[in-house]
Design a protein around this ligand. Structure first.
Ligand code: ZN
Length: 241
């Protein structure tokens, strides 16, 4: 049983008080999350604080202490009402968008992060939604071969990509052996969310690992149980949400 934490929606205009509160909390429990970075945010919902001039320095600082940088789309603007191959929501920056447009988004996102000194190894689709063309676009425009998302008990390999499943929203103890990713959106966390998270970390911090501690070199294709779970995708989701 291992737990991972992913934090979505990092950009210059995020809610800095909440993010700094999370950083302090995670430092005190030794938690190293995957953070989903929006390279060029144009989503008004993510414009919470004025742009922070120290943003890129902060990002480098957290990377150096072991936080994993993920590519969170390009501009975080939903273009379709499609759910693609992980239909958590019926809205997407990627799913249903033509391949050439997806390639352009990936290319521009990678170029921006590279120019700021970052080389993301994991793709994190806004709203968890992407399709086969997103994988094609990542293959042709980036070196990213790891996806954070989908429902399964353990990481698996498919279509030249390693998938690290993201099954659960808020932290809670899960009785079934597996590797679980909890996903938070610090910008919209409430006081209760912070207190619950801290309480859980104080009791279970030893179960948490960093993304770079996952052994992904010889990940196999989906196990039989994960294939069966995938057949009842929405039932499986309901168990964890
Ligand atoms: Zn997002």
């Amino acid at each position: 049983m291992k737990y991972l934490i992913r934090l979505d929606d990092v950009c210059e205009t995020m809610g800095w008080n909440k993010w700094l509160r999370i950083e302090t909390m995670f430092d005190s429990y030794g938690i190293k999350p995957l953070i989903a970075v929006i390279p060029h945010n144009e989503d008004p919902m993510q414009k919470i604080d004025p742009p922070n001039p120290n943003y890129w320095q902060w990002l480098k600082k957290v990377e150096l202490k072991g936080w994993e940088i993920g590519l969170h789309g390009y501009n975080h603007v939903y273009q379709t009402k499609e759910g693609g191959i992980n239909p958590i929501h019926n809205r997407s920056e990627f799913a249903g968008v033509p391949l050439e447009v997806q390639k352009e988004k990936i290319k521009k996102g990678i170029t921006k992060l590279n120019s700021m000194g970052f080389s993301p190894k994991i793709f994190v689709a806004p709203s968890h939604t992407f399709d086969r063309n997103t994988l094609e676009a990542l293959k042709s425009e980036s070196t990213i071969r790891i996806i954070s998302d989908t429902m399964a008990l353990n990481p698996y390999k498919q279509d030249d990509f390693v998938f690290i499943p993201q099954q659960v929203g808020a932290v809670r103890n899960i009785p079934v052996p597996g590797i679980y990713t909890f996903c938070y959106h610090p910008n919209t966390m409430t006081e209760t969310d912070f207190l619950n998270l801290e309480h859980f970390l104080s009791n279970h911090k030893r179960k948490f690992i960093a993304f770079n501690q996952l052994k992904l070199n010889n990940v196999k294709s989906k196990s039989l149980i994960d294939k069966l779970l995938a057949l009842s995708y929405f039932k499986f989701r309901a168990i964890f949400r």
